[in-house]
Design a protein around this ligand. Structure first.
Ligand code: CP
Ligand code: NVA
Length: 308
């Protein structure tokens, strides 16, 4: 029986503004000052139901640089892929590793795993959330703007996993979050409601609009993501037509503040959700975001495995 209930990082629910602020500050210090924080001998298991470049590499490098180790476990290589239950897998892995990160199709898989596991569980992207991406995004905005509260971030595109976590994380930190999306592609209603509640508590705001040009006015950061997420490949042609008016263009950037950041979780599709000139332009911080995955996740791993 554990004396202290283990903490998971699944949705940003049950994480306070102070905790996220701590993670952002810790990640900033790790990046800019280094330090001798260690997770010697600790092991992270990483289950992937779908592809990944950044999440897989940044978590593995984070554990190695902290003196620990990570094990990459694509579902097809473990018995989970042959029908062993999620709960049995979670109980068995809890006897071997210090924490587990999962990237799954259905969010419920991660929730079930976390419920059965005795070790901290981290969501490395599900159909509903991408909270580790949000940590890196908040760190990136903080690095460039030196604060978060009151900053206006406009997410243009699909109301998907990345949008959900950004909305929750931004709202928690007192930011003004605007989602500009096509009719019918709004973020999930109950997640939006939770984000509004967080914003009400922090002094931030959350709003949803179908008008891109109006939305981006005065933005400190414009963010976009792919139009068809992993698993939606068969919708990708239909989505191209619906989302075309929601491309982030040079004209969109001109409507925002002159020092507005362009953000994207990557992988990107130049000429679809963003013009190449914007993605590769001087306001783009997409590769800082990618690097910051490493620093933000180190801060998260230290918090879950050592400090909490
Ligand atoms: N942004 C992100 O999560 O990238 P990967 O799919 O490459 O991990
Ligand atoms: N929304 C995208 C994010 C990839 C990092 C997807 O789910 O495929």
């Amino acid at each position: 029986q554990l004396a202290v209930k283990k903490k998971d990082f699944l949705t940003l629910n049950n994480w306070t503004e102070e905790e996220i602020e701590h993670l952002v500050q810790k990640a900033y210090l790790l990046k800019h000052q280094g330090g001798d924080d260690r997770l010697s001998g600790q092991i992270l298991g990483m289950i992937f139901e779908k592809s990944s470049t950044r999440t897989r590499i940044s978590f593995e490098v984070a554990m190695l640089q902290l003196g620990g180790h990570a094990i990459h476990l694509p579902t097809r290589d473990i018995q989970l892929g042959r029908g062993e239950t999620i709960e049995d897998t979670a109980k068995v892995m809890s006897r071997y590793v210090s924490a587990v990160m999962l990237r799954t199709n259905e969010h419920e898989t991660i929730e079930r795993f976390a419920e059965a596991a005795d070790v901290p569980v981290i969501n490395g992207l599900s159909d509903l959330y991408h909270p580790v991406q949000t940590l890196a995004d908040l760190l990136t905005i903080y690095e460039y703007k030196h604060d978060l509260k009151g900053r206006k971030i406009v997410y243009v595109g699909d109301g998907n996993n990345v949008a959900h976590s950004l909305m929750l994380g931004g709202a928690l930190m007192g930011m003004d979050v605007v989602i500009a999306c096509p009719n019918g592609y709004e973020p999930n209603g109950s997640i939006t409601q939770r984000a509004i509640e967080k914003a009400n508590a922090s002094g931030g705001t959350v709003s949803i609009t179908h008008h891109k040009d109006e939305a981006v006015q005065g933005a400190d950061a414009i963010y976009t993501d792919v139009w068809a997420s992993m698993g939606q490949e068969e919708e990708s042609e239909a989505r191209k037509a619906v989302f075309a008016p929601f491309q982030v263009s040079e004209a969109s950037m001109k409507l925002a503040k002159p020092d507005c950041l362009f953000m994207h979780c990557l992988p990107a599709h130049r000429g679809e959700e963003v013009e190449a000139e914007v993605l590769d332009g001087s306001q783009s911080v997409v590769f800082d975001q990618a690097e910051n995955r490493l620093h933000a996740q180190k801060a998260l791993l230290l918090y879950l495995l050592r400090d909490h």
